[in-house]
Design a protein around this ligand. Structure first.
Ligand code: MN
Length: 416
């Protein structure tokens, strides 16, 4: 039988033309944007271990962090840059002289220099004119390029910025020595179609050779938008393991890789069978639990309980699974519970060499279903309570903040 993914429905020729590059470079942001997720803080050792695993999996560019953030961050970036990791180690910073010097001093070979591009960011955050932004960009990019770094120029909020300004800014960055251009959908407002239009426009005006997109998942479209960008010829998508990142997170590495491999039939060069181990490592070090229903790496991504589904999968896994879990280094699970049917029970008995009559099996199915329905929710409720107390208010508790304020000699006044 043909693989259902290879049917005509799937590969029809009325789909818009794709311009996916021959080679896709994965640029991972887990250690930078991922760490900016509320409550996430990696130790130097954890960052190093994640960077090593990313390189082992086949990620080519690793953003190690923003050295100017703190002394500790600068030391960590320096350590990662000198650890002999087989990937390009990149450090990031604003179009500010101190940031650029910190990048140069970190020993990273690659730099990402960023500034905002949209009117709302210029007016309210940077309080800079377009001319000032261009000038700061040219100075910073030139300084980093002259220091021998491979420079990527990034704008924040590119997708809400006026295209004429975007054109002028990126052309200035190219002229100053930037070798890669990064377009950011910082607040995740693109849809696949609007993003393709935006990037086509960007490409016609700026003619980028090496370009990236940085997508956010505010509307749940980070992966879809990133794939749309690759269809427009973007060759180095920004990704985060498990989709970590600010607010609703960034594009998830595993989703883009597996979409390319399984849905587009593209060899990414990523060791996909290591993806689950990487995901588990990042879950452990970030302390951010994977949602059970997270695509590909969530606990339920290859679990089946419903009788109809289990029956189908036992006959042929393609009935209810679009890809084999082993491709990701995972295993399929059959869950016994309220929705269990005969097939799962028969299979389990057979696996364990147990013989049973039809009547016995029917009886057992009833018992399993009833047990599933009666199963206490205590453990789940307890877990949920702990989870909520942690994630509804991550970071320092209010009392901890005021203790620190007291240490700084600040007293709480009368509340207005
Ligand atoms: Mn971001």
């Amino acid at each position: 039988m043909t693989d259902p993914m290879l049917t005509e429905n799937y590969h029809n020729d009325t789909a818009p033309k794709r311009h996916i590059p021959q080679h896709i470079t994965f640029w991972d942001e887990t250690l930078r944007d991922g760490e900016q997720m509320p409550g996430v803080h990696f130790s130097a050792e954890e960052k190093l271990a994640i960077a090593e695993k990313l390189a082992e999996v086949g990620v080519e560019v690793i953003n190690a962090g923003i050295p100017v953030v703190s002394q500790e961050e600068a030391q960590t970036v320096h350590r990662i840059a000198h650890a002999g990791i087989k990937a390009h180690i990149l450090a990031a910073g604003r179009t500010v002289p101190g940031d650029v010097e910190a990048i140069i001093n970190s020993g990273a070979t690659h730099a990402a220099i960023f500034v905002a591009a949209s009117e709302v960011h210029l007016r309210y955050k940077l309080r800079m004119t377009q001319d000032e932004v261009v000038q700061a960009t040219v100075n910073s990019v030139r300084r980093a390029a002259e220091a021998g770094l491979s420079v990527a120029f990034v704008t924040e909020d590119t997708t809400r910025a006026p295209l004429d300004f975007v054109e002028r800014l990126y052309l200035s960055a190219l002229e100053a020595g930037a070798s890669r251009l990064v377009v950011s959908d910082t607040v995740g407002v693109m849809t696949p179609l609007t993003f393709r239009w935006f990037l086509r426009e960007f490409s016609a005006r700026v003619h980028p050779k090496d370009w990236s997109v940085h997508c956010h998942n505010d509307f749940g479209m980070a992966t879809a938008n990133t794939l749309a960008a690759l269809e427009e010829g973007v060759n180095a998508p920004h990704v985060c393991v498990n989709g970590l990142g600010e607010r609703a997170g960034n594009t998830s590495l595993e989703e883009v890789v597996m979409s390319l491999e399984s849905l587009y039939g593209i060899k990414t060069g990523i060791k996909t069978h290591e993806l689950y181990a990487l995901s588990q490592l990042v879950e452990k070090y970030s302390g951010i639990p994977l949602p059970p229903n997270k695509a590909l790496v969530g606990y339920n991504a290859f679990s089946h309980e419903a009788g109809i589904h289990t029956h189908g999968v036992l006959r042929n896994s393609l009935t209810y699974e679009p890809l084999q879990p082993e491709i990701l280094g995972r295993q399929r699970r059959f869950i016994l519970g309220k929705h269990t049917g005969r097939a799962a029970i028969q299979e389990k008995l057979k696996e364990n060499g147990a013989h049973a009559t039809d009547e016995q099996i029917n009886h057992l199915v009833d018992l399993v279903k009833r047990k599933g329905e009666q199963a206490g929710k205590d453990v789940n409720q307890e877990l949920l309570k702990t989870y909520k107390s942690q994630f509804e208010q991550p970071g320092l508790k209010d009392s901890e903040f005021w203790d620190l304020a007291a240490q700084a000699g600040i007293e709480r006044g009368k509340q207005a």
